[in-house]
Design a protein around this ligand. Structure first.
Ligand code: SAH
Length: 388
């Protein structure tokens, strides 16, 4: 069966030539022959071929480019892409038990995420086209890795933009939800069906390891979730306090603490904004502070409010840091660039009357690849700062 085609305008062609993989509705001139979720040929008005893409009938992102080649995008093509993604992980995540096996656009499989937790694989298919490929993806993962189980965490709100419902559950294998994996030598229990995202925040793995070089004394881990930073850093520190609003996250954090035999950590259910304000007023001081908030700017329109949020958090963190103390501060909002973040944190430092050096400028772990020509794939910023 020959694939249907979708025609794009010259601006659509320019998008492809600029190296982007998304084409918006405004740049599509004819999609009348395509069925929802098809793999389609992308052509221009003169019927020239530009590539093959996943077609979304309801989303503003109508086309997600899979390849510039004419070769049919079939199961063996898909299997090759997954194999290539795995081989790269053998270089950058060797020894890690939990890592992102497929990072969507960054692995040339737009809108597909596969996170691996030991023998359990968790996938997200976030477009109409990827949803249609789900059975082939499950088959490929079973063929290549013989996992214990494959789960889906398709309960992501952005699926609504594709007209897809929220789904979560076991797709294949054992009905496992809880797993224990090692990260940087520490053990972590994650709840793959009940936890946030796909169970864990794997994008911070390298940053948690990097922070070990600097952490010490009294550590405050704000937005601690299951204790990712707190537990990675606890052996370097005298006393650790982890703060989160989620009871479920803190229950996991406590389990993780016990599993690692750590006795110097306390957890508190609180809003970090309130906690930081009160800590400053009470004159509490910390040697190391981690700020890893959820994305404040999910849309461009919330950028200003997000920047105010980052400013307040970082300002308060500077106020409670001892001289020579380290601040590990993150933003996972794509709409907040590293330059924006540095500028807002500079403002915060000035307001707190602190002189600050930038020790490391980091990003997401390398198993979350950044595509040079797709800025949206670079979303996580992690700055390690020292307040003099
Ligand atoms: N640092 C974690 C990941 C943090 S994800 C790790 O390394 O694994 C962000 C966390 O912030 C979530 O656990 C969420 O429950 C929590 N959260 C969101 N808003 C909050 C708030 N205002 N105060 C405290 N925690 C909050």
């Amino acid at each position: 069966m020959s694939p249907s085609s979708v025609t794009v305008s010259s601006r659509g062609v320019e998008r492809i030539l600029s190296g982007h993989v998304w084409i918006y509705r405004a740049d599509v001139t004819d999609d009348s022959r395509a069925e929802p979720g098809d793999v389609v040929q992308v052509v221009d008005r003169k019927k020239r071929f530009w590539g093959q893409a996943l077609y979304s009938s309801k989303s503003q992102i109508v086309l997600r480019l899979l390849t510039r080649e004419k070769r049919p995008f079939d199961k063996s093509f898909l299997a090759e892409r997954i194999r290539a993604a795995y081989e790269f992980r053998q270089q950058v995540a060797r020894g890690a038990q939990a890592y992102r096996l497929v990072g969507a656009e960054g692995d040339l499989l737009p809108s597909l995420i596969v996170d691996r937790y030991g023998g359990c694989f968790v996938l997200q298919t976030l477009s109409e086209g990827m949803e249609k490929l789900k059975p082939a993806i499950v088959e490929t993962l079973n063929d290549q890795f013989s996992p214990l189980s494959i789960l889906e965490r398709n309960d992501a709100a952005i699926r609504a933009l594709e007209g897809l419902s929220e789904l979560k559950g076991v797709l294949s294998g054992e009905p496992v939800s809880e797993v224990i994996v090692e990260e940087n030598g520490m053990k972590f229990c994650y709840d793959l069906l009940g936890g946030q995202k796909t169970g864990g925040f794997l994008d911070q793995r390298e940053n948690r390891a990097a922070a070990r070089q600097y952490a010490g004394g009294r550590l405050l881990d704000c937005f601690c979730y299951a204790g990712g930073f707190a537990i990675n850093l606890a052996r370097q520190c005298e006393a650790v306090l982890g703060i989160d609003t989620s009871k479920e996250a803190l229950a996991l954090a406590r389990r993780n603490q016990e599993m690692n035999g750590l006795s110097n950590i306390e957890w508190r259910e609180a809003n970090c904004f309130d906690f930081l304000k009160a800590a400053d007023q009470e004159g509490r001081r910390f040697d190391t502070v981690v700020l890893d908030p959820p994305p404040f700017a999910r849309q461009k329109s919330s950028l200003e409010a997000a920047l105010r949020g980052y400013k307040e958090l970082n300002l308060r963190a500077f106020k409670i840091l001892v001289p020579g103390g380290y601040l590990i501060t993150c933003s996972c909002s794509f709409h907040v660039s590293e330059a924006d973040l540095l500028a807002i944190i500079a403002n915060a430092a000035l307001d707190a009357h602190r002189t600050v050096t930038v020790v490391e400028r980091r990003t997401q772990s390398r198993d979350h690849p950044i595509l040079l020509t797709v800025p949206e794939t670079h979303y996580l910023k992690c700055l390690i700062l020292r307040a003099l």
